[in-house]
Design a protein around this ligand. Structure first.
Ligand code: AMP
Ligand code: FE
Ligand code: FE
Ligand code: ZN
Length: 281
């Protein structure tokens, strides 16, 4: 079994890339995909650890995108070090950095004492985000855990939220494809995605952009949602994946390997990546 969506401290997870792979070996996963937000920096270290420990580590990314004004995530698998993609990732990360002071300003207006230095100190890799603001609030004793910071201020409808710049979902899929990657819609039925990513929209992304798969099995997707997404994937003739979206200690209910994808589906994914000219392993 594979866990096809995990995060390291290169973005907003709490484990190093090699720690994640060590845990995957301990629980007996065939492999995992490291899908840090808008960054590829953890891939080399995690693949080295994978070779050492007999765990297949797939080249992944979780790309920030926008659809109908909503913050939507698309998973890429098997992308090459493509110049256009790398430039786009650098732009996304710059947008992430520039929005931090704006969110801090909002927090300060709400009476929360926090500096940019406090937040930067929490980011161990090159892709900074709201979880690092949450970690800074935990470190200062203002909240007791990440979730509390999201509940009070940072959620998409929260008082300190500032959206980050991103490009359209369809364009993001195209960009992944031209870099040789397969594109899979991440957690299409989580709050914030579910109203915009209707079955019709997903069908349109397959028809117009060649979307390759749907993350059907996901911690917060209930059984009925999972079954309906598997059925939709079958109808659209795309793959259905399953993943934990593990963030280490940074996200409860998302333990590594708690939701998985069968080896046969990863074989199909591998064929898709090959057909797009990418490198999966
Ligand atoms: P950002 O990429 O800066 O917009 O932050 C989004 C990240 O924050 C997601 O990838 C999750 O790791 C985390 N996150 C988003 N919403 C919540 C929430 N309501 N509670 C806890 N973590 C969240
Ligand atoms: Fe995250
Ligand atoms: Fe996500
Ligand atoms: Zn994720």
């Amino acid at each position: 079994m594979f866990d096809l969506h995990t995060h390291s401290a290169v973005s907003d997870g709490t484990d190093t890339p090699s720690q994640l792979v060590e845990q995957a070996a301990q629980i007996g996963l065939t492999g995992l995909a490291l899908c840090d937000h808008d960054i590829l920096d953890g891939l080399t270290n995690s693949q080295d650890a994978g070779r050492r420990l007999g765990v297949q580590v797939l080249r992944g990314i979780e790309l920030s995108a926008t659809f109908d004004g909503a913050d939507i995530h698309v998973l890429g698998y098997g992308m090459r070090e493509d110049q256009r993609l790398l430039e786009h990732l650098a732009w996304l990360r710059e947008g992430r950095r520039n929005r931090i002071p704006k969110m801090i300003e909002k927090l300060q207006e709400l009476g929360v004492e926090l500096s940019a230095g406090d937040v930067v100190a929490q980011a161990k890799g090159g892709s900074i985000g709201r979880p690092h603001i949450a970690d800074a609030l935990v470190a200062k004793g203002i909240v007791s855990h990440r979730d509390e910071a999201f509940e009070r201020w940072l959620a998409n409808d929260g008082p300190a939220y500032v959206p980050k710049p991103a490009i359209e979902l369809g364009e993001s899929i195209d960009l992944l494809h031209q870099a040789g990657a397969a594109a899979v819609i991440a957690h299409p039925r989580i709050r914030g995605a579910t109203t915009v990513l209707t079955d019709e929209v997903l069908a349109g992304l397959v028809a117009e952009h060649g979307l390759d798969g749907i993350e059907a099995d996901y911690p917060s997707h209930d059984q009925q949602v999972r079954e309906s997404l598997h059925q939709l994937a079958d109808e659209l003739q795309v793959i259905a994946t399953g993943s934990s979206d593990c963030h280490g200690a940074g996200k409860t209910g998302h333990d590594l390997g708690s939701v998985t994808t069968p080896d046969e589906v990863v074989e199909q994914l591998s064929e898709i990546v090959e057909s797009r000219g990418g490198i999966l392993r």
